[in-house]
Design a protein around this ligand. Structure first.
Ligand SMILES: [Zn+2]
Length: 283
């Protein structure tokens, strides 16, 4: 845990809200590297498995490791608990929450449906100027980051924040409070959060980012059917990458391996069929 947190500690703290408002202020096309907040650094260590499920996180130790006072550590731990990454118990404090693989796969399945609906609503209802600026900022930031041709650990964390900004702007554009709440509920199974890209290879992230461009184009064109299909495939393919990564790292539970593989293979077949259709479509 400490190594990863120490690497991440090199950047100054900055909240997601800061990043999102900066993205709005900067407008489209003016990309820059985002710095990482205390919560980003701790989240990355948890999602990458550097901190084991059940392990306690202590304010004093984190304060020393990250070189910041206990106040931002305390708020980061509260924020991560509200995301569903940590459990809190009186007298024990915060500990990393654990999830069954099947629970994570289900959360992705449900989220793929909900996110697809959000993309459809966004295409039907149109983007606000502010929403469009956030999305274009996220696309430009991702282009800049991926232009390097490889990803370091801190780049993955940065891309997690970019990914969050992209999806969050689409949820807002859907203008449906109930849908937003359902998506938030799915993300309480933390490994299925938009911020979890820590385990993915460069090519995975490159492909997902290209998806973002296509989804945005479909929303701009008010093509609700295409926006819905592309988003569903996008979220489902992230699930497939995550499950493969978990199996590779031995994080997935043995009991769940078989059904997960079946689901993963079924998903890959569906994905290939989809891309086959897409290739035959006009450019
Ligand atoms: Zn995405």
């Amino acid at each position: 845990m400490n190594d990863r947190l120490m690497v991440a500690a090199a950047g100054p703290g900055r909240s997601m809200e800061d990043a999102q408002s900066a993205s709005q202020d900067d407008g489209a096309g003016q990309s820059r590297t985002r710095s990482l907040s205390v919560a980003d650094r701790i989240r990355s260590a948890i999602l990458s498995g550097d901190v084991a499920p059940g392990e306690r996180l202590r304010e004093v130790q984190l304060s020393v490791t990250l070189g910041v006072s206990r106040t931002p550590i305390r708020s980061a731990l509260q924020a991560l608990a509200s995301e569903g990454l940590l459990d809190y118990a009186p007298n024990r404090g915060y500990a990393v929450r654990s999830f069954q693989t099947a629970e994570i796969v289900d959360a992705y399945e449900i989220r793929a449906m909900m996110e697809a609906l959000a993309a459809r609503f966004a295409a039907e209802r149109g983007l606000s100027d502010a929403g469009g600026r956030v999305i274009e900022g996220a696309l430009a930031d991702g282009d800049l980051l991926l232009a390097k041709g490889s990803l370091r650990d801190e780049d993955r964390v940065t891309y997690g924040a970019i990914n969050f900004a992209f999806h969050d702007a689409i949820h807002s554009a859907a203008r449906c409070r109930m849908l937003g709440e359902m998506i938030r509920l799915c993300q309480s199974v933390a490994p299925s959060s938009h911020r979890n890209i820590v385990a993915f290879e460069f090519d995975d992230v490159r492909r997902r980012h290209d998806d973002h461009h296509r989804i945005y184009d479909a929303i701009l064109a008010r093509d609700s059917y295409r926006a819905e299909i592309l988003m569903r495939e996008h979220v489902a393919s992230v699930r497939s990458s995550l499950v493969k990564s978990m199996l590779k790292r031995g994080v997935a539970s043995a009991v769940s391996v078989s059904p997960v593989r079946v689901a993963s293979e079924r998903l890959s077949a569906a994905s290939e069929a989809f891309h086959g259709c897409e290739k035959s479509a006009p450019p």
